[in-house]
Write a protein that binds this ligand. Structure first.
Ligand SMILES: Cc1ncc(C[n+]2csc(CCOP(=O)(O)OP(=O)(O)O)c2C)c(N)n1
Ligand SMILES: [Mg+2]
Length: 550
């Protein structure tokens, strides 16, 4: 038994089934230990993709995903994934190699202080210096990664420690942990605030999407009948509450959903994490906010709750509902605004313009994705349209990153979703910019035999930035590019590709792609003139009609 064997047996003990990564020579003892284990080594074509996949494993299951890289260059390629997991509260454990620490036969070749690099990007970054410590350190790494607020953890295993002989030491068994529930005094205070509210509104934030919360949240909303909206990352956490859904706050202000937010006198903010772009801006004369979370709210210029309910969110909400069910005659005060808000959001969804409008693309995608199908977005302008217009009824069926908001994660996150849920439809939606940041993973996806469709939204530009440039009054400059022939590109990977050539062509192209199985790529041109028309001009006009809020 050596250090690498102890590491791999500790990972098996945590229930790890796959490790994603690109090994280097410093990892070869780990690779050998993996060969003899129950854990599958999934080689990717870039470490960044491995980290995005591991993070998404954590996001979707609550159990940390694991990725592996070599020292220096490989470890540095994990850093964007570390930040993605850390800001997005996704449990992930990264394992990197290092030159030997007991002797220095290669001097400083490839040596970077990876632990220091990872320290500000993780909850914990640690170099292992003795095999005997490995079982406890691995258990600690998973505990830290998975406990609220979840995030990234880094372990560095130098090659000589990995190779060092060690006695067999049993792994530390994990145990179930029940979190404390909110204090009765806090529950009473929260109940009083809600009972006194004239126009209450629930907001579901990023932490509301934790996999274990879906049922408890849905119960809370159904029992109290208070209408709700969600942040971008809070999409889809409530099943069966669609009659109470008021919209998604994809922008920070002025959108139609803000009509309800502006009129609310109390917002019950469940699981809001201020890593997200603000769903609304608090000010001195804005509504009171009750923060419900696993952890206290971080105080920001735009978020400073007036009361908090801290503890295990599901059981705490059940206790709150016990105090309030049937006692809130004004629960639905804001509901009359609902129809108008949703009607405005739904406009132009069936327009036959070519290239397609963003609204039409969202609409047609919804047509071909069943309720439990999963749409995974990369980052670009279309993310705002999907966040705003795509209705979800099942938790974690619209995966987007409104925290690090990095380009390049769309395809890897969809690959992970397809691995975890092989019988559900999974669609990656990527811009022509973001797709090309990790498009090499098409090879990994085909090698893994995944069923996955990738939709490329093509505008030959970094459209989001181009839009902001125009909205800020700058001349159009520096943000366009040429694309490869995506259908030929797909073919080179052994992937089937098709191009949408008419307004009515998208839904059938996606349907054919899903029906065919395997990996498919569909490319669709988009008309982004709607960005300015709706998200700037129309919303500005709407705001001035409503009394000049901006
Ligand atoms: C790694 C990274 N680089 C740069 C950015 C800044 N950025 C945000 S959106 C965007 C443009 C995305 O272009 P594309 O993927 O083509 O989507 P589009 O907006 O054109 O639909 C850029 C450059 C980012 N978020 N992440
Ligand atoms: Mg683009």
């Amino acid at each position: 038994m050596n250090g690498a064997d102890l590491l791999v047996s500790a990972l098996e003990n945590e229930g790890v089934k796959e490790i994603f990564g690109v090994p280097g020579e410093e990892n070869l003892d780990i690779v050998e230990a993996l060969r003899r284990s129950r854990i599958k080594l999934v080689v990717t074509r870039h470490e960044q993709a491995a980290a995005f996949m591991a993070a998404t494993h954590g996001r979707l299951t609550g159990e940390a995903g694991v990725c592996l890289s070599t020292l220096g260059p490989g470890a540095l390629n994990l850093t964007t994934g570390a930040a993605y997991a850390q800001l997005g509260a996704m449990p992930m454990v990264m394992i990197t190699g290092q030159k030997g620490v007991l002797s220095r036969k290669q001097a400083r070749f490839q040596v970077v202080d990876v632990v220091s690099t990872m320290t500000p990007l993780t909850k914990m970054a640690h170099q292992i210096i003795s095999p005997a410590t490995i079982p406890a350190i691995v258990r600690e790494a998973f505990r830290v990664a998975q406990q609220e607020r979840p995030g990234a953890v880094h372990l560095e295993l130098p090659e000589d420690i990995a190779a060092e002989q060690a006695p067999e030491i049993s792994p530390v068994p994990p145990h179930a942990i029940a979190l404390p529930v909110a204090h009765p005094a806090a529950l009473d205070r929260a109940a009083r605030l809600i009972r006194d509210a004239e126009r209450p509104l629930v907001m579901l934030g990023a932490a509301a999407s934790r996999p274990r919360l879906a049922e408890a949240l849905s119960d809370f909303v159904r029992r109290l009948q208070i209408p709700f909206f969600n942040t971008q990352m809070g999409q889809g956490a409530v099943t069966g509450g669609s009659r109470l859904y008021m919209g998604t706050a994809a922008l920070s202000e002025r959108d139609y959903v803000h009509d309800a937010i502006e009129r609310a006198d109390l917002i019950i903010s469940i699981g809001h994490d201020t890593v997200e772009k603000p769903p609304f801006l608090m000010g001195p004369d804005r509504p009171k906010v009750l923060h419900v979370g696993y952890l206290p709210a971080t105080v920001e210029e735009v978020y400073f709750p007036h009361a908090e309910l801290i503890g295990d969110v599901g059981p705490s909400l059940a206790l709150l509902a016990d105090r309030l069910e049937g006692k809130l005659p004004r629960a639905g005060a804001l509901l009359p605004l609902r129809e108008q808000i949703l009607a405005r959001i739904g406009e132009r969804a069936e327009e036959s313009r070519y290239p397609l409008t963003p609204q039409r693309i969202v609409h047609d995608v919804r047509q071909v994705i069943p309720e439990d199908g999963i749409v995974c977005l990369d980052n670009g302008m279309y993310k705002i349209w999907f966040a705003r217009n795509y209705r979800t009824r099942v938790a974690n069926t619209l995966l987007l990153d409104n925290a690090l908001a990095t380009m390049g994660a769309g395809l890897p996150s969809a690959m992970m979703a397809a691995m975890l849920y092989p019988t559900r439809r999974v669609l990656a939606v990527c811009g022509d910019g973001g797709f090309m940041m990790n498009s090499q993973e098409l090879e990994t996806a085909t090698r893994l035999g995944l069923n996955l469709v990738v939709l490329i939204i093509a505008d030959n530009a970094y459209g989001m930035i181009r839009w902001k440039q125009a909205a800020d009054g700058f001349p159009d400059f520096g943000l366009t590019f040429g694309n490869p022939d995506f259908v030929a590109y797909a073919k080179a990977y052994g992937v089937k590709g098709s191009r949408v050539e008419s307004a009515d062509g998208l839904a059938p192209a996606l349907e054919t792609a899903f029906a065919g199985g395997g990996v498919h790529l569909v490319t669709v041109p988009i008309d982004y003139s709607e960005n300015m028309r709706v998200l700037v001009d129309e919303l500005r006009a709407h705001a001035s009609k409503n009394g000049g809020q901006s």
